[in-house]
Design a protein around this ligand. Structure first.
Ligand code: FES
Length: 116
């Protein structure tokens, strides 16, 4: 059985595009970690929903298409992120599906570690 790859592009605030891929079932945080992506400060709490450094901004249609809406815990943490938008999510809470192939996410300029 072939592993299902999902292409993901991270767009940094300086316009740099990082094109990479993950597997179905990975979170966006897994993608950053597994591919050693150099995104400063990203995912500081390792997906335990205590930091908000994994904040990403999605396109509206992608945001709407996600099967899971943010949990209360995720919303609370998002409130602490800088540059919050209506289509913000935490990358550690987004799980890749085949439908998300070609996903593009924007990594906002300032990363706030809610723990500090
Ligand atoms: Fe810390 Fe997602 S990695 S909240």
């Amino acid at each position: 059985l072939k592993e299902e790859k999902v292409k993901v592009t991270f767009i940094l605030c300086d316009g740099k595009r990082i094109e990479t891929e993950g597997k179905v079932g990975d979170t966006l945080l897994d993608v950053v970690v597994n591919n050693d992506l150099n995104i400063e400060g990203y995912g500081a709490c390792e997906g335990t929903l205590t930091c908000s450094t994994c904040h990403v901004i999605l396109k509206q249609d992608v945001y709407d298409s996600l099967p899971e809406q943010p949990s209360d815990e995720e919303r609370d943490m998002l409130d602490l992120a800088y540059g919050l938008t209506d289509t913000s999510r935490l990358g550690c809470q987004i799980t890749l599906t085949k439908q998300l192939d070609g996903l593009e996410v924007l990594v906002p300029e300032t990363i706030n570690d809610a723990r500090s």
